[in-house]
Design a protein around this ligand. Structure first.
Ligand code: DGL
Length: 268
């Protein structure tokens, strides 16, 4: 038993899609969330910058005595995870490997699409990890940078969102994929639009669920699940504009976020 909290972090609000799964599947666990709202987006930044920012965030989360970390950001997971796991001595799980495993398991025709930020698609990490499972799989990547601001604006099913989705997904409609990875934490919120554009024959993979289940299994194996009768009090930290984070967060989580603080992350 380990009653310490789990650290979850992202470049901004997107990681709340992972928090949502954690609240549902590990309701007894306490969550300390950090969203780097001052420095988002990470998806257009270099690997060096993304890694440097991630290390600052981990140093901050370690001050909260976390027992393990979920990197709830595809951009960080696909570019910096190995270095973070090497530098810090606690369990760290990213969203990309679980998402890749799920995609490899789901696809019947071995033709899989990946959508995400530029940094995620260009890293080819999903491709590498899927082909480790299924060497014959064909992977088709497409960056969809405008999906992030559309989600943050709350335009989840508006006409403009359909138009943008049609344009981005056009190339993927032509290559006969049967599985599409939502390789950015914001994209699960656009599931209805993406499903409609791609059609019912394409299975959408949300890596968040598989990530949370893997992380909870890992804690269970280490006998590190929280076993406390007191309901957990979650804490949310951001590097800028807690009010805006709260507004968007309310759309993503049904639970209210009561405890939000701003942190000077550059100091870590
Ligand atoms: N959270 C990021 C991801 O999953 C998307 C937003 C960003 O570009 O920082 O890749």
């Amino acid at each position: 038993m380990d009653n310490r909290p789990i650290g979850v972090f992202d470049s901004g609000v997107g990681g709340l899609t992972v928090v949502k799964e954690l609240l549902q599947h590990g309701p007894n666990e306490q969550i300390i969330y950090f969203g780097d709202t001052a420095r988002v987006p990470y998806g257009s930044k270099s690997k060096e910058t993304v890694t440097k920012y991630s290390k600052q965030i981990i140093r901050f989360l370690l001050t909260k005595n976390v027992k393990g970390l979920i990197v709830a950001c595809n951009t960080i997971s696909s570019n910096s995870l190995e270095e973070l796991q090497k530098d810090f001595d606690l369990p760290i799980l990213g969203v990309v490997k679980p998402g890749a495993l799920m995609a490899a398991r789901t696809s019947q025709n071995q033709r899989i699409g990946i959508i995400g930020t530029e940094a995620t698609v260009n890293s080819k990490t999903y491709k590498t990890l899927i082909q480790e499972q299924k060497p014959e799989a064909k992977i088709f990547g497409q960056a969809c940078p405008l999906f992030v601001p559309l989600v943050e604006e709350g335009w989840l099913t508006d006409d403009v969102t359909y138009q943008v989705a049609k344009k981005y997904l056009q190339s993927l409609q032509q290559v006969d994929i049967d599985t599409l990875v939502l390789g950015c934490t914001h994209y699960p919120l656009l599931t209805p639009v993406i499903q409609e554009v791609m059609g019912d024959g394409v299975a959408l993979i949300n890596p968040a669920l598989e990530t949370v289940q893997q992380f909870l299994r890992l804690l269970d194996r280490k006998q590190s699940l929280r076993e406390n009768n007191i309901p957990p009090k979650h804490e949310f930290y951001v590097s800028d504009n807690p009010k805006k984070f709260c507004e968007i967060g309310r759309r993503m989580l049904t639970d209210p976020m009561e405890w939000i603080h701003q942190v000077n992350i550059e100091a870590y």
